[in-house]
Design a protein around this ligand. Structure first.
Ligand code: 0O2
Length: 215
């Protein structure tokens, strides 16, 4: 297992609180959006939200995978997902709603957007990633901290969890046959997402017609 050296580990530990603050802010922002849709009783584009701080092992492993030095400085400069929030939506069309809502928030800065739904990864991975910078007000300082928001459907999340498990169990590599099967499943999930979305539209139209007829 790749690890930080002792001195550097202490420095990495020192930078973690700032990422925790950014994580709390982003998770709260998203929870407020979720709660808003619940309170107005409207359709909620967010199914659920997860958040996590990247583990030290995963940070060291990612730096090493990218050929970067195992230092706190490199982690701060090159790892955009030390603070990570995941938003799980029911339908693919909900993803644009969540992205748009976050982009309109003037107190966070969108640094990068990656649409792995429009252009899935070679593995079959689909998700929308937003890298944001969150301003944090400390007693004597104002800092900006990066966080990653991954937005995906329940189907895409199911797939990513399976693929991650397969990769982890095989020490980072997936046997070609399994990789092929996973790519096929990713296509099927995308098709299922499209079908479910169409069915959802039809149900809403049907309900609207029923309501109009009852007025
Ligand atoms: P973990 O363990 O989930 O934190 P990278 O491509 O990872 O070298 P970068 O620039 O961070 O570098 O980009 P990317 O591709 O946007 O990946 C960020 C995160 O997206 C990953 O973090 C994963 O969480 C997820 N991800 C990207 N590609 C895949 C994939 O093929 N399968 C799965 N299951 N998840 C993926 P980490 O640190 O790699 O992993």
């Amino acid at each position: 297992m790749t690890r930080f050296g002792e001195a550097e580990f202490a420095r990495v530990k020192d930078i973690m609180p700032a990422y925790d603050y950014a994580l709390q802010i982003m998770a709260t922002k998203l929870r407020i959006i979720y709660m808003h849709y619940e309170s107005v009783g409207d359709y909620n584009p967010i199914n659920h939200i997860q958040s996590r701080l990247k583990s030290f092992e995963s940070m060291a492993e990612k730096l090493s995978r990218k050929g970067l030095p195992l230092t706190a400085g490199a982690a701060r400069e090159y790892l955009d997902d030390i603070a990570g929030v995941r938003v799980i939506c029911s339908f693919a069309k909900d993803i644009a709603t969540v992205v748009d809502t976050l982009e309109r928030q003037q107190d966070i800065y969108v640094v990068r957007k990656t649409d792995y739904i429009e252009s899935p990864k070679e593995t079959g991975y689909r998700s929308y990633h937003l890298i944001v910078e969150v301003p944090i007000y400390l007693p004597a300082d104002r800092i900006r901290v990066k966080a990653e928001v991954q937005i995906r459907t329940q189907g895409m999340d199911f797939w990513a969890g399976m693929e991650h498990k397969a990769r982890y169990k095989n020490e980072g590599t997936i046997p070609p046959n399994l990789a092929r099967e996973l790519r096929v499943c990713s296509e099927r999930i995308a098709e299922l997402d499209r079908q479910m979305s169409l069915i959802h539209d039809k149900i809403r139209m049907f309900n609207d017609d029923e309501n109009a007829a009852g007025e």
